[in-house]
Design a protein around this ligand. Structure first.
Ligand SMILES: [Fe+2]
Length: 374
């Protein structure tokens, strides 16, 4: 090279590049170079057909975690795990070496119980699960309960049962946060339904190279931090959870602009009891809870705001999930709350984040105090 002229060196480099175009292509991050038509999960991109569904009917939920309670070793699905890590003392377990796609019915029951106990279980390296496709996702989800059809979100063509999380350089299909100083919105999913979800599965099909983590907290733990006298009072209370604002957001033409089922609101206890573990959990979140029934507005606002601040501020009770590729996450929506983190996209990055949620509904929330009438 030392004896080459600059022109000769450039010519040599050009020739090498011309001779080895495939190598240069495969060296680049796939998400950056793939045009839309070759995106591996293009068949799972969101669509917003103008369907209309009737109101949800009540149903009897039989929790699969119950079946695992009588199992001689309800954690035997972890026998072949290469690593089981407690993410925090109160919340979250991370598992390596277990292929979710290969679990038996009995082992799926065990998973339900483990998720109920730990709130959040993160399974890494789940390529087979993700690539099995939507018919498998349906079969997986129905093991845990009747699948919820989201009233406003985008879903893959032909599969309204799957809620899609989607954001790229040009669009976001979830709640707008542009007029807020933070993208953090603590919630448990669709708590406005009469029978909100229980064991929930979420995985990403595409993700930014950094950012887009998810925050989780244990609502069993946030409740335990409060004084017994205050908890005793909270157990006597119930609150309205509303889906109207979410529907209004779509009706204003944003997020795909469709409302496929008329919005509802329902009254739930402020403290609910898990049907399998018996654990008591706080059940209010800022996104959907609106008003404590029977209290004056100022009383309700102050108690709810105190609880929202307690939930968001108790970082010592939270886990922050980093989505390495091929991660499948399960949480129990009854005893946890979570928040997305939109710290990427638009001016920060043009990368796609594309997630698919499988959302079985569970029982109508059970009051922790038997005397509470809903
Ligand atoms: Fe959510």
């Amino acid at each position: 090279m030392a004896t080459q002229t600059l022109t000769q060196a450039i010519a040599t480099l050009s020739l090498r590049a011309k001779d080895a175009p495939e190598k240069h292509k495969t060296d680049k991050p796939q998400e950056e170079v793939k045009p839309e038509e070759t995106y591996k999960y293009a068949h799972l991109l969101p669509v917003f057909p103008k369907e209309h569904f009737p109101p949800l009917e009540p149903f009897e939920h039989v929790d699969p975690g119950h079946r695992a309670l009588t199992h001689p070793n309800p954690r035997s699905f972890l026998d072949n795990a290469t690593s089981v890590i407690e993410l925090t003392p109160n919340l979250g377990t991370e598992v390596y070496g277990v292929n979710l796609a290969k679990l038996t019915s009995d082992e799926r029951d065990q998973v339900a119980l483990e998720v109920a106990r730990r709130g959040l279980v993160v399974f890494r390296d789940q390529e087979e699960f993700i690539d099995r496709g939507p018919e498998f996702y349906l079969e997986w989800g129905r093991h845990f309960g009747r699948l919820h059809v989201h009233p406003t979100s985008g879903h893959p063509e032909g599969y309204p049962e799957f809620h899609l999380v989607y954001r790229d350089a040009n669009s976001t299909l979830n709640f707008e946060i542009d007029d807020s100083i933070t993208s953090t919105v603590w919630h448990s999913d669709v708590s406005y339904e009469l029978q909100p979800p229980g064991l929930t599965t979420l995985f990403l099909l595409a993700q930014p190279h950094t950012g887009g983590d998810t925050l989780f907290t244990s609502q069993v733990s946030t409740l335990k931090k409060l004084s017994p006298a205050f908890v005793a009072f909270l157990k006597t209370l119930k609150a309205v959870h509303s889906g109207f604002e979410q529907a209004d957001f779509s009706r204003s033409g944003r997020r795909g602009g469709v409302v496929r089922r008329e919005p509802v609101q329902h009254v739930h206890p402020l403290v609910r009891r898990h049907p399998v573990t018996g654990e008591e959990a706080l059940y209010v979140t800022k996104q959907f809870t609106r008003r404590i029934v029977g209290l004056k507005k100022e009383e309700s606002d102050n108690i709810l705001n105190f609880l929202y601040n307690h939930i968001s501020g108790s970082v010592d009770l939270q886990a922050r999930l980093h989505w390495s590729p091929k991660t499948v996450v399960l949480w129990d929506n009854r005893v946890t709350a979570h928040s997305a983190m939109a710290d990427y996209g638009k001016e920060l990055s043009k990368e796609r984040r594309h997630g698919l949620r499988i959302t079985p509904q569970a029982e109508r929330p059970i009051p922790a105090w038997d005397g509470l009438e809903l």
